[in-house]
Design a protein around this ligand. Structure first.
Ligand SMILES: Nc1ncnc2c1ncn2[C@@H]1O[C@H](COP(=O)(O)OP(=O)(O)OP(=O)(O)O)[C@@H](O)[C@H]1O
Ligand SMILES: [Mg+2]
Length: 242
């Protein structure tokens, strides 16, 4: 890994779907070890941004780097540095949980023994051990969310990217997930979280970026961002309640 203090660097990124411009020259850096929140209403461009960073989507203009590695020309180096917890469940329906995790580890070249050990540890950490031989469709919604986190972490990535990790979770599970995320950040993981819950960003993140209609409208320390009255109209579109 390059000795970069910037974990994710996005410069003048523009993304079009056909003629529609979903990202409009967005730029920001996320520092190593930080907890960054990306807030924006539905359709603002959060998932699109994540997809470009993780190599799931192409883009037309700009530069995206992970610890200095270009996500397009150096994707072999950049991809293993990131674990993605996607917005939607995209699991293989036929694999039991433990096998699903070791299978995922295979994409990153983990030796079988190590993959099995990490799968055991993660299932334990997220209280899914008793489900280890079940298939994912037998899990409750909250368990599926936790499984997404296990899978994102299986190769012990430096950066964790979370696309609305607590959407649809009840309060208790949301608080559990927040605790896990704080702990992971304390252990040194850089976290990039998208949400439209203002409270989630306020409680977890140090820095916050606000995206609206493909533009970054504000970025900075959470206190400065969340008290900016010029953003009231955007905040009204976000979820304030618990
Ligand atoms: N594959 C696609 N083809 C065409 N348009 C797309 C595609 N994916 C996203 N879009 C459009 O790009 C815009 C940004 O979508 P995106 O999924 O990035 O929003 P988001 O901020 O993640 O929203 P949400 O909070 O609802 O998840 C939306 O107008 C959406 O309709
Ligand atoms: Mg999204």
């Amino acid at each position: 890994m390059r000795n970069s203090e910037v974990a994710i660097s996005i410069q003048n990124l523009s993304k079009y779907y056909g003629k529609f411009q979903a990202l409009k020259e967005i730029s920001f850096d996320i520092m190593r070890g930080s907890f960054f929140g990306f807030l924006g209403p539905n359709g603002a461009g959060k998932t699109t941004t994540i997809n470009t960073v993780t190599g799931l989507s192409n883009y037309q203009e700009g530069k995206v780097r992970i610890f200095g590695y270009d996500v397009t020309s150096e994707y072999v180096r950049s991809r293993p540095l990131v674990g993605l917890c996607a917005q939607e469940f995209n699991f293989d329906p036929f694999l039991p949980l433990h096998r699903m995790l070791t299978y995922q580890a295979g994409y990153f070249g983990l030796p079988q023994k190590l993959a099995e050990k990490r799968a055991d540890e993660l299932l334990d950490r997220f209280q899914l051990t008793e489900k280890r031989n079940m298939k994912y469709r037998t899990l409750s919604g909250g368990m599926k969310k936790r499984l997404l986190l296990c899978r994102a972490l299986i190769h012990d990535p430096e950066i964790l990217i979370l696309d609305e990790p607590t959407a649809g979770c009840d309060l208790e599970l949301r608080y559990h997930i927040w605790d896990y995320l704080r702990q992971l950040n304390k252990e040194g993981k850089t976290i990039f979280l998208t949400t439209h819950y203002m409270e989630e960003a306020e409680r977890l993140c140090e820095r916050i970026g606000i995206i609206h209609e493909g533009h970054i409208v504000k970025i900075g320390d959470k206190k400065d961002v969340l008290k900016d009255q010029t953003l009231e109209d955007v905040f009204l579109e976000l979820t304030n309640g618990k």
